[in-house]
Design a protein around this ligand. Structure first.
Ligand code: GLC
Length: 733
């Protein structure tokens, strides 16, 4: 039935590419078939090969049609030059597809993805991706290796910085927004980018939080936690996925037929192509499932990896295997078909070159910088504000002691994967405060210490500055190279002697405003009580300093909410809000419950948490129909009032819990959220309309099922506090 529908629908479409719905364009499929039939074996393998950078040897291979893609080629001039060789000098003139890691901006650098996710603003996140696409495409890039949609429950893992945190529902919403932002309405628009959901799959579940390490999760956990953001990306029409470095339960993801063929290309009907991560096919030898690169190539291709990034495992040596019927050429044909299909949809055959004049108009356009500031402002999370020490009172302010190794640092705001971002474009916190106050307020800046080394020689000068100032603002955290790829940390405290500097300044008894700059949740228990306010400012991109200054003085009321749990200590990891109850939950003083004897079980700051300069009050939760069939819609209304004195935005969160299922269910699951703007004193009724189908889970037989029974509902401003009610799902007669 599905195939018949697909044939009928095809004739109704011109070139609409809806990969996620498996709807293809007949004329493109025909062009692919014709081209494929003309290709030699070497040319087919060439399309499946991607190299990084260009050299004379590669140019010669391009002329032979034996390279289909490059990454890390920068600038319209250079990409046009190599493209000209492919299109005008090779036998079939098949254009190259050129990729780059445009993760959170090309030259206009936005907040790192973990920060942006804390805005919960999928509209603005999409807009940032659109801008990144315009800038990168104007520079000759066709394809970004983004969005990174790996769910991460372990802050030791450096790549938590690149994703949307720990929750599959929010992660799916952000993944969709980024794919739509990068790819736009039409992949053939020269100012859009082909997107690539990565790293498929389970990469964030590495044991010990150590990058590239072993992953061993159940199929149920895979389907309920790690796969949903990839499914959302596929449903949004993502054209490519990238496999990962890790294994899952003994099978590396770059040789995993279950995840790649059974789920992705089978169940989900994915019609784009899969690229390996950098040499992740070649690494099958190190994993110990291939004796050499040729066997690794066979395993990668058989599993469903269509393009080999820098692995040199898809080679003409495979031709002999085909001749000996060890390897089916249909596998190769399917891979090439998928790659050619995307190249046609990208319009590369019609317009292989980029107008080299566009980039200078687009890159760092003032509108792009404004969007970077807007998203930076919304990404800031207020974690503590004792005695409302914030916002700073400009009328009474004469001097600020600005202390810390990151207070005037041009590099760390760019974060990891900064693409073509430049330090010269960055506004530091010091510069942001100068922009804000001019000469009206004296800013005494003292670095005090470095990020990593243990020298305390700057402490005295910092203390003297504090003694002279009305207010102390300390800007501390991680340097950009302490998160991202191959940057796992075993200790999540502030590095170096930053905590010692905070303690030394605290001795002056002046209230401390701590501004954090970090690429992951860090542990703050050793300094939390020493500071009056904590502003989580992450690494916000080029407008970092202006956004922080706006929040510190109250020109912007912070609205961000954490998308990854902040543990009390690293010993609590893995720690996440949607945990299971276990048979002995730590909800009593009973000794024999699941807990630590030396620490509370709760996190320091939970998922969904963030304060405001105003106060939001929730009243009157009401379910419109509390007996529901699986095909119904759950409708819940709640009143939210801005009971404070300044306007604000509240991210209202909707959680469920299936109280009794055929399998254990998390104590909470996010199933909806809304950003609600409320003026001081304003009250709004917020309505959630949730398909009951979304309350399901994978039952004992691994079938996605909405099981009858009682569900509790919680609606509030974080994953801990809210108003609750219950509904019942009934089995249809
Ligand atoms: C890296 C990363 C991947 C990136 C690729 C190309 O190793 O794992 O995220 O897209 O190589 O740079």
């Amino acid at each position: 039935m599905k195939n018949i529908i697909r044939i009928v629908l095809i004739f109704g479409f011109s070139k609409a590419l809806l990969l996620g719905q498996g709807i293809l364009s007949a004329d493109i499929e025909q062009k692919v078939d014709v081209l494929l039939s003309q290709m030699t074996f070497a040319e087919k393998i060439g399309q499946m090969t991607q190299f990084s950078g260009i050299n004379e040897d590669y140019e010669a291979l391009v002329r032979k049609g034996q390279i289909g893609s490059f990454l890390n080629v920068i600038g319209a001039e250079e990409t046009n030059r190599i493209q000209k060789i492919a299109v005008e000098e090779s036998r079939l003139g098949i254009p190259l597809v050129i990729g780059l890691d445009v993760i959170h901006g090309y030259r206009t650098i936005f907040p790192i993805p973990l920060a942006a996710s804390a805005s919960w603003d999928t509209v603005l996140i999409r807009k940032a991706a659109e801008i990144a696409a315009k800038e990168a495409a104007s520079a000759g890039i066709h394809w970004t290796f983004a969005p990174m949609v790996d769910i991460a429950r372990d802050a030791r893992w450096g790549r938590i910085a690149e994703g949307a945190g720990e929750d599959p529902f929010l992660g799916a919403a952000v993944a969709r927004a980024q794919v739509l932002g990068f790819q736009g309405e039409d992949l053939s628009d020269p100012l859009t980018l082909l997107a690539c959901a990565k790293h498929y799959v389970g990469y964030g579940a590495a044991e010990g939080g150590r990058d590239y390490n072993t992953v061993d999760v159940s199929e149920r956990t895979l389907r309920e936690i790690y796969l949903p953001p990839f499914k959302a990306a596929v449903d949004a029409g993502v054209g490519t996925l990238m496999s990962a470095f890790n294994e899952i339960g003994g099978v590396p993801t770059s040789a995993n037929q279950f995840t790649l063929r059974t789920i992705l290309k089978g169940e989900w009907g994915f019609n784009g192509f899969v690229v390996s991560d950098w040499n992740s096919i070649g690494e099958l030898v190190a994993h110990g499932i291939a004796k050499d690169r040729l066997e690794a190539g066979v395993k990668g291709l058989t599993a469903g990896i269509d393009m080999d990034m820098e692995g040199r495992c898809y080679t003409s040596d495979m031709e002999a295997l085909v001749a000996d019927e060890i390897l089916s050429e249909e596998l190769i044909n399917d891979a090439v078909r998928r790659i050619l299909r995307i190249k046609f949809y990208l319009g590369l055959f019609e317009h292989p070159y980029i107008d080299e004049n566009i980039q200078k108009e687009l890159i760092l356009h003032r509108d792009h910088i404004q969007t970077a500031l807007d998203l930076a402002r919304e990404s800031i999370v207020l974690l503590k504000n004792e005695k409302s020490v914030l916002p700073l009172n400009r009328k009474k302010l004469n001097s600020i002691a600005l202390i810390g190794p990151l207070a005037n640092d041009k590099d760390s705001p760019l974060g990891t994967w900064r693409c073509q971002g430049r330090q010269e474009d960055v506004v530091t916190v010091y510069e942001g405060l100068k922009n804000k106050f001019g000469d009206d307020v004296k800013i005494i800046y003292v670095k005090g210490c470095d990020v990593k080394n243990n020298s305390c020689s700057g402490f005295d000068k910092a203390i003297k500055a504090v003694q002279k100032a009305d207010v102390v603002v300390m800007v501390m955290g991680e340097s950009a190279d302490m998160s991202g790829e191959a940057a796992s940390r075993a200790d999540l405290n502030l590095p170096g002697v930053q905590a010692e500097l905070i303690n030394a300044i605290a001795e002056t008894n002046k209230p401390i405003v701590l501004v954090l700059m970090n690429g992951r949740p860090i542990t703050l228990s050793n300094i939390e009580s020493k500071v009056s306010a904590i502003v989580e400012a992450w690494q916000l991109g080029i407008q970092h300093g202006n956004a922080v200054a706006d929040v510190l003085v109250g020109d912007v009321n912070p609205s961000g909410k954490l998308t990854a749990t902040f543990p009390r200590t690293v010993g609590q990891i893995p720690i996440h809000y949607n945990h299971k109850n276990s048979g002995r939950p730590n909800i009593s003083l009973d000794k024999f419950t699941s807990k630590y004897i030396d620490l509370p079980s709760s996190p320091l700051y939970p998922f969904g948490y963030g304060l405001s300069y105003t106060e939001f009050k929730y009243t009157g939760i009401e379910v419109e129909n509390n007996r529901l069939a699986p095909s119904d819609e759950l409708v819940v209304n709640i009143n939210v009032k801005n009971a404070g004195s300044c306007d604000g935005v509240e991210i209202v969160q909707f959680y469920i819990r299936d109280l009794v299922g055929s399998v254990t269910r998390p104590v909470k699951e996010l199933k909806g959220f809304q950003r609600v703007s409320l003026k001081a004193g304003e009250l709004k009724t917020v309505q959630f309309r949730i398909p009951v189908r979304n309350l399901g889970a994978y039952d004992l037989d691994m079938n996605y099922t909405v099981e009858p029974g009682e569900f509790s509902i919680m609606v509030g401003g974080n994953s801990i506090d809210g108003l609750t009610t219950t509904v019942e799902v009934v089995r249809l007669k």
